[in-house]
Design a protein around this ligand. Structure first.
Ligand SMILES: Nc1ncnc2c1ncn2[C@@H]1O[C@H](COP(=O)(O)OP(=O)(O)OP(=O)(O)O)[C@@H](O)[C@H]1O
Length: 347
């Protein structure tokens, strides 16, 4: 398996530039993910890596080999890259064994049968050789699609919204299962999704894309706890950015009082900043000087997620046990119990 490197990739469709200066590395045996809203260019990047779109500028390198660059384009069939799509596209009239061996027709019958048995074992469906796709659940069919993509021992596996057609509850579980399979095989992979739970469940590193630009390439933990810009702070997890003014290198004054945290070096005293407040940074209590009004609430089983309106109309989120319920319109008191210390420049 192989390391994947994208260096300063730009991609256009005619006059329309859709990917701007994207650079990233997925190390050998690691699982990377491109995460972002619809239309941000995720599939376009994946198609460029697979060789279905040329790059306008930049270089795609797979295991020390330049496979795409302006004026250089290795055809998709020579890249040895496997792909898994949302609709898994198994051939309905072929058995599971024939579906899996579809891409390895050069091997002998005995080698193929051995590879099929090995892959069915790997995806936890041993003995399914003679079945047909319609006899399998959606999740099982997706695992067969994975086995088919792995059959020719690709250098890299690309997965485009692979669990998009599954129930939300199933997706995270499948993502975990597929991660375990890829890790067992030591496969380098790049996943594309707009579902952050899927990304968290599967990837070692995640890139957040917005309008064709990579905003941050990092671990799930860092994206949540250390976002480097307002887009990532708002896109990953839940929370609100509230305005503040820098008091000193370690303190920002906000509407809900002073917040301690490392102020970015380029934010001078008295300059305007934003402070990220996640729902778990707030504790609702019986009495405290800080007050807000319940604007709305959502039942989450063990907890309610409250949207609270502050005096100036800005909103923050808070989690509280559901047995301790507050109605919409109620005034609540809260304390700050800052788990996150994210302060970002205001512009
Ligand atoms: N073949 C094409 N010709 C012209 N424009 C295209 C083509 N394919 C995609 N686009 C445009 O490029 C942009 C990026 O599309 P892309 O499919 O890469 O987004 P995406 O992030 O994968 O979205 P989604 O999550 O909805 O699949 C969009 O504005 C889209 O309309």
């Amino acid at each position: 398996m192989s390391k994947l490197t994208l260096q300063n990739i730009h991609i256009r469709y005619g006059d329309n530039a859709v990917v701007h200066d994207v650079s990233l590395t997925v190390e050998d045996g690691q699982i990377g993910c491109l995460l972002g809203p619809s239309g941000c260019g995720k599939t376009t990047l994946l198609r460029a890596i697979a060789g279905f779109e040329p790059v306008t500028q930049g270089t795609v390198i797979l295991k020390d080999q330049v496979i795409s660059a302006p004026g250089k384009h290795l055809p998709p069939e020579q890249r040895n890259i496997g792909m898994v799509f949302q609709d898994y596209a198994l051939f309905p009239h072929l058995s599971i064994a024939s579906n899996i061996t579809f891409g390895i027709h050069k091997q002998s019958g005995k080698d193929k049968a051995q590879r099929v048995a090995e892959l069915l074992e790997l995806v936890n469906l041993p003995g399914y050789e003679k079945r047909y796709p319609h006899e399998l659940s959606g999740g099982q069919q997706q695992r067969i699609a994975l086995a088919r993509a792995l059959a020719p021992r690709p250098r890299l596996l690309l997965l485009d919204e692979p669990f998009g057609s599954q129930d939300v509850e199933l997706r995270e579980m499948l993502a975990r299962e597929v991660r375990d399979i890829l890790k067992r095989e030591g496969i380098t992979a790049l996943l594309v999704t707009h579902d952050q739970h899927e990304a968290f469940a599967m990837a070692d590193e995640i890139g957040v894309l917005q309008a064709g630009r990579l905003q941050q390439w990092d671990t799930a933990y860092n994206l949540y706890h250390k976002p480097t810009n307002p887009f990532v702070a708002g896109f990953i997890g839940q929370g609100a950015l509230i305005p503040g003014t820098v008091l000193n290198h370690n303190t920002v004054m906000t509407l809900i009082g002073p917040v301690q945290g490392l102020v970015p070096e380029d934010c001078l005293t008295e300059s305007a900043v934003h402070v990220l407040i996640r729902p778990d940074d707030l504790k609702l209590v019986a009495d405290a000087p800080r007050k807000a009004t319940v604007a709305s609430r959502m039942f989450r089983g063990a907890e309610y997620l409250y949207t609270l309106a502050l005096a100036d109309g800005s909103q923050i989120l808070a989690l509280a046990p559901s047995h301790q319920a507050y109605a919409v319109g109620n005034t609540v008191c809260f304390e700050l119990d800052m788990q996150h210390r994210v302060i970002l420049p205001a512009n």
